[in-house]
Write a protein that binds this ligand. Structure first.
Ligand SMILES: *Cc1c(COP(=O)(O)O)cnc(C)c1O
Length: 384
């Protein structure tokens, strides 16, 4: 058996053709394909306005920047997330306040968020971990009672839904990632879904140098050389080369998701009897995007720790990962803000138990069975 990598992107001849056509078209940077991708993506997630960007990190930064936060302002972010959910708050000039997780979904614990909400708290950034939507009713009711802005980090959540509403249509701001490992990829890229037109215009303008006109309008036929810098903006635009990949991936999305669901069902069946393992939850009110399949070790039934299970899986030819090392475990957050494991007790406990197993459309049934068999065997041999 060949080693099974943790992740492999799903790219077909169709993506290659679209990219080649784009290169031949003579328009490489943000232009007509980016516009088309924004429109088709908006239709897919029921978004009112969409702004295509160079990454989700760029999108998160733009969303926070558009809130015009001031030094001393605070933004609630879950500690279980990727680096950029926290660092973009700092880039926007505010202070991230780390929030603990729910034990089942690993999503932001809104009760803990409420406890940490103070007079300077301006926004909350829920992250839909692994593709399982957060408890958005609770997030919105906290946001309303404390006048918080809501920006969803939906890097894992395309396509997902909460109580029948697509992620991308639920809050004022939602940010998606098209990084190479994500459910829909453009290599690098992201999308900001915005409910309000004025806010969308501000984000669009700040995406490209804060210029009054997009370059593609400027250089297109009938465009003018004249522009005005209305704000010291960023260089966060998507390219048409990336959008070309995205357009094809969007058309393939249903089929890609179908395969993800089949793999999840197969893992569930194969791992059902493994009592040293907790399998991921899926609450009835959500449509899960199944970006990740996170299993958790029941350490009281095992004589080895998660870290050793990862090593043994690696030796058996199974690539895995951990999503995520919580922000409060990293040196910057410990040294700058004084966080320790006691500050975020649930996340400190849960992240030590987690392993993300391979989950991508290109996995064969045979490979899924092999991964499940290796996990089962390693845990069986190391029972307490
Ligand atoms: C991948 C990821 C990001 C960053 O996405 P990029 O497109 O790589 O910038 C942000 N938040 C979460 C939760 C992610 O998993």
């Amino acid at each position: 058996m060949e080693p099974i990598p943790f992740y492999k992107p799903s790219v077909t001849e169709d993506e290659l053709t679209e990219v080649v056509d784009t290169l031949r078209s003579g328009w490489l940077t943000m232009g007509p394909r980016t516009r088309q991708f924004e429109e088709e993506f908006a239709a897919r997630v029921d978004a009112r306005h969409t702004v295509a960007v160079s990454s989700a990190t760029a999108g998160l930064h733009l969303g926070l920047d558009a809130m015009d936060l001031e030094p001393g302002d605070e933004v609630l972010v879950p500690t279980i997330t990727f680096a950029s959910t926290g660092s973009t708050v700092i880039h926007a000039g505010a202070t991230p306040i780390l929030v603990d997780c729910e034990p089942d979904t690993l999503n932001i614990d809104v009760e803990d968020a409420a406890r940490k909400c103070g007079p300077r708290t301006k926004a909350i950034v829920p992250v839909h971990m692994a593709g399982h939507p957060c408890d958005m009713d609770a997030v919105h009711s906290l946001a309303e009672s404390r006048s918080l802005r809501v920006m969803e980090d939906a890097a894992h959540a395309i396509p997902a839904a909460y109580r029948g509403r697509k992620i991308g249509s639920v809050s004022e701001l939602t940010v998606f990632s098209f990084y190479a490992t994500k459910n829909l990829t453009t290599g690098e890229g992201g999308m900001v879904s915005v409910a309000d037109e004025e806010l969308a215009n501000r984000i669009q303008m700040r995406r490209l140098h804060g210029m009054s006109r997009d370059a593609w309008k400027r250089y297109g036929t009938g465009g003018s050389w004249r522009y005005d810098v209305a704000y010291p903006g960023f260089k966060y635009n998507m390219t048409d080369i990336a959008a070309a990949i995205g357009l094809v991936q969007l058309r393939r999305l249903d089929e890609l998701q179908q395969r993800r669901r089949e793999i999840v069902a197969r893992y569930r069946l194969a791992l059902a009897d493994c009592d040293a393992l907790e399998l991921p939850t899926c609450r009835p009110e959500v449509d899960h995007a199944w970006h990740l399949f996170i299993v958790r070790m029941e350490h009281d039934r095992l004589s080895i720790h998660r870290d050793e299970v990862i090593e043994k899986l690696n030796a058996a030819g199974v690539g895995t990962s951990v999503h995520f090392i919580p922000l409060h475990v990293h040196s910057y957050y410990r040294e700058k803000y004084g966080y320790n494991d006691k500050s975020l007790p649930e996340a400190s406990k849960q992240w030590q138990r987690m392993i993300s197993l391979p989950l991508y459309p290109g996995l064969s049934d045979h490979q899924v069975d092999f991964v499940a068999a290796q996990v089962t065997e390693i845990l069986r041999q190391n029972r307490r």
